[in-house]
Design a protein around this ligand. Structure first.
Ligand code: NDP
Length: 287
């Protein structure tokens, strides 16, 4: 039995919706394993209630929070400070409350890079990358790859204007070239580019609904042997993008490792302790 008392430190998740989130299981397992009198609770304020939710963090002395879709950008003006990385990403996924002053961090990008390096044995500086999507996850992944030495990347999206925006930002902020390709079947220029890439990352929500394999605008043989196909989607654990890549002999991974690593970094910012990684990983894998 967990007993909370007047000294319990409360952490929260702010998103809309949050029912699907694996973070409460992961963070509560970490607190328990570290022997901390702390608890992590999900809340789902709609966009128009975000300012009140942040005021609530201050008023109730909530020690920290994770922020997820759709609040990662909107929360910025409501905070007192931003880390340089959160500023570069233009998005916050972690809030630390120190004596009433709220600092916004971003652990998504670093979490992704750690997942590549430590869980997939992949060096982001080792070759070019193709990123599918141009939403929040794609922006974090593209920036993180560029910051970690990726020599160049292709951004593929239905709305090319959104991809152009990320490409411009990656070039301006980090000086890495990003080419934009339209998401359309039989895109030959993309096929040539993708053939040479070391990494392909699905940052669209396609795998979540399943059954949309044919939608990837790649020749059948890609992703293929010698390439890593990383899907930021983790539910289902074996996504359509991964299944396609596996059939072609590519290495594959789902987004659980990114979720784990970004969560471990949040835990470390909140507590100053080393995150109990294996406990957190087990909590995710049991979901
Ligand atoms: P957004 O809503 O910001 O972006 C969604 C992207 O998917 C857009 O680029 C959109 O294209 C594209 N897309 C959606 N449906 C289709 C389709 N049928 N065909 C082609 N493109 C499509 O979402 P996020 O970037 O925040 O999240 C994307 C996924 O990443 C989610 O599944 C989320 O759960 C996961 N995620 C995982 C994380 C982890 O830690 N593992 C962290 C963050 C996110 P368009 O712009 O043309 O509409």
């Amino acid at each position: 039995i967990v007993i909370f008392d007047g000294k319990t430190r409360v952490y929260s998740l702010l998103g809309y919706p949050v029912e699907h989130s694996f973070s409460p299981a992961m963070q509560n397992a970490a607190f328990k394993s570290a022997g901390l009198n702390s608890v992590y609770v999900p809340f789902s304020p709609e966009s128009e209630k975000l300012a009140a939710a942040i005021a609530g963090i201050r008023a109730l002395g909530i020690a920290g929070a994770n922020v997820t879709v759709p609040h990662k950008e909107a929360v910025i003006p409501l905070l007192d400070n931003l880390t340089e990385i959160a500023m570069t990403y233009g998005a916050v996924n972690t809030i630390v409350n120190r004596g009433g002053s709220l600092t916004g961090h971003n652990t998504d990008g670093e979490g992704f890079i750690q997942a590549l390096k430590k869980d997939c044995g992949f060096d982001p500086a080792g070759g070019t990358a193709v990123v599918f999507g141009a939403g929040g996850a794609a922006r974090a992944v593209a920036l993180a790859l560029a910051r970690s030495g990726c020599p160049g990347m292709a951004l593929v999206n239905r709305s090319t204007a959104k991809a152009e925006k990320i490409a411009g930002f990656v070039c301006e902020a980090i000086g890495v070239q990003a080419e934009v390709f339209e998401w359309k079947a039989g895109n030959k220029e993309l096929a040539v580019w993708a053939q040479k890439a070391a990494l392909m990352v699905n940052c669209t929500s396609i795998g979540m609904s399943g059954g949309a394999e044919a939608a990837f605008p790649l020749p059948d043989e890609l992703p293929g042997s010698g390439q890593l196909a990383y899907d930021v989607v983790y539910n289902p654990t074996h996504t359509v993008f991964m299944q396609r890549a596996e059939r072609n002999g590519a290495a594959t991974a789902n987004g659980l490792s990114m979720l784990l690593r970004q969560g471990a970094l949040s835990f470390e910012f909140w507590t100053g302790l080393t995150a109990p990684l294996e406990v957190m990983r087990n909590a995710l894998e049991l979901r």
